[in-house]
Design a protein around this ligand. Structure first.
Ligand SMILES: Nc1nc2c(ncn2[C@@H]2O[C@H](COP(=O)(O)OP(=O)(O)OP(=O)(O)O)[C@@H](O)[C@H]2O)c(=O)[nH]1
Ligand SMILES: [Mg+2]
Length: 188
């Protein structure tokens, strides 16, 4: 369903956001290394559109991708990774907050949580923050390939308990699980 995907800009402040057309935005939020950039590549069926890395902290700007010429995917820096210096954590947090508080275009948040780890305290805080800002949220459980099939239902229950009222899609970029379901949601 995604015919074209195109890198637009890596913004470091809201003045650089491409908001001249009022396109809806789908923003990928979550801990560093949870798989935000990989998910953008999986959805767009491009290997190298968004840069990924095994080392947390790869994405450090607010990256906009134009999808089918009429909506944006927004890749954010991750949060909550202890190894990062305090100043960087604060700065990256600043980018996330500045982005979420800018209300030019309609936003839908994909909050990514690691299927195996479950929602961390930071994820719970972010979930509450998004609800507080009245941004609509879809929870994306990532790396589902890392646990056995028999444990998937249990993992989903843990997410439902930690993030009450959440809608959840289980995904894996290794097996392509969940991509169709996400695309259906994005284009509905
Ligand atoms: N097994 C498995 N590994 C994955 C999956 N998705 C991503 N990864 C790996 O997880 C690591 C981090 O992926 P990224 O997409 O760079 O994560 P990110 O959330 O964008 O990280 P930051 O930009 O640092 O915030 C990479 O080594 C990916 O290959 C998945 O579905 N399954
Ligand atoms: Mg990234």
């Amino acid at each position: 369903m995604i015919k074209t995907s195109q890198y637009v800009i890596s913004a470091v402040s809201k003045e650089q956001y491409p908001n001249q057309y009022q396109f809806p935005e789908f923003v990928f939020i979550g801990r560093s290394n949870v798989g935000k950039s990989s998910l953008i590549n999986g959805l767009t069926n491009r290997k190298l559109l968004a840069r990924t890395s095994a080392t947390p902290g790869k994405t450090n700007t607010v990256n906009f991708y134009l999808i089918n010429g009429d909506r944006y995917f927004v890749d954010l820096p991750g949060y909550g990774y202890a190894v990062r210096s305090l100043q960087k954590r604060f700065n990256y947090g600043g980018y996330i907050e500045e982005y979420l508080k800018t209300n030019e275009n309609q936003k839908t948040a994909f909050l990514l949580v690691d299927t195996k780890v479950g929602p961390t305290d930071d994820d719970v805080l972010m979930y509450d923050y998004l609800l507080h800002l009245q941004v609509s949220v879809m929870v994306i459980a990532t790396k589902a390939d890392k646990i056995g099939k028999t444990h998937l239902a249990k993992a989903k229950k843990v997410i439902e308990m930690r993030l009450p009222g959440s809608q959840i899609i289980m995904t894996s970029m290794a097996t392509k699980q969940g991509i169709e379901e996400m695309l259906t949601f994005i284009f509905k």
